[in-house]
Ligand binder design. Sequence first.
Ligand code: IPE
Ligand code: IPE
Ligand code: MG
Length: 250
Amino acid sequence: MSDASNINASDEGSLSAEQQLPRHVAIIMDGNGRWAKKRLLPRFAGHKSGVKSARMAIEVCVKLNIDALTLFAFSSENWKRPRKEVDLLMDLFVSSLREEAASLHKNNIRMRVIGDRQAFSEKLQKRIEEVETLTAENDGMTLTIAANYGGRWDILQAAQRAVAENRTIDEELFTRYLSLSDLPEPDLFIRTGGEHRISNFLLWQLAYTELYFTDTLWPDFDKARFVEAMRDYAGRQRRFGRTSEQVEKG
Ligand code: IPE
Ligand code: IPE
Ligand code: MG
């Protein structure tokens, strides 16, 4: 378990060194469109501003020595949005990868993308591969971007590959075919933007994850709010089916 001993109190607030930190944080970055609408801006301005919050979340996780951060950037259902918004989101994905690659690499971050990438343009697929290759050997934080990702897609692709390769499957073996199988399961799930749903994000992997929902719109989600979510997590007791007396005895 990582601890908070190396954080700068003036930045990351009052997380104390003894508090339990998540090893893996998974975030549904929601509320960009409403953030823009409130400002009478086009929805795209919200997505653009959301990139800054994503950068902040990465920086905070690196500082806190968190092993893994998984960000939901585009769901398999988001293709249903107006064509123009989808196109602009794809452009933003391409340009963000270009702009962030060097700094991800410098920070020893291993970045990869989960989801069905075959639906993306050649250019975007190539850019994803470039950043994945550039950062593949890094052994700091693992940053996963879920793009054209759906939890049902993930379970189905795992099931198809697992039955093709094995005569019998058990839970442990099946899990190996899912996305993120090489990481600890998410400890903390955050959804911004006020909705209380999973929206086909990690379905299998969130089975025992602590869930945190906030009304804050993603572009307004700053360091202080992120630390607040971590502090809330630190106060949870994870029982995994046992009683609190059993957990307290250790
Ligand atoms: C999340 O913000 C970003 C994506 C789904 C790509 P939204 O665009 O869903 O913002 P709201 O929910 O409309 O405010
Ligand atoms: C979930 O947000 C997907 C991402 C943040 C990428 P949506 O805004 O698409 O979710 P719904 O449609 O409100 O459930
Ligand atoms: Mg939304």
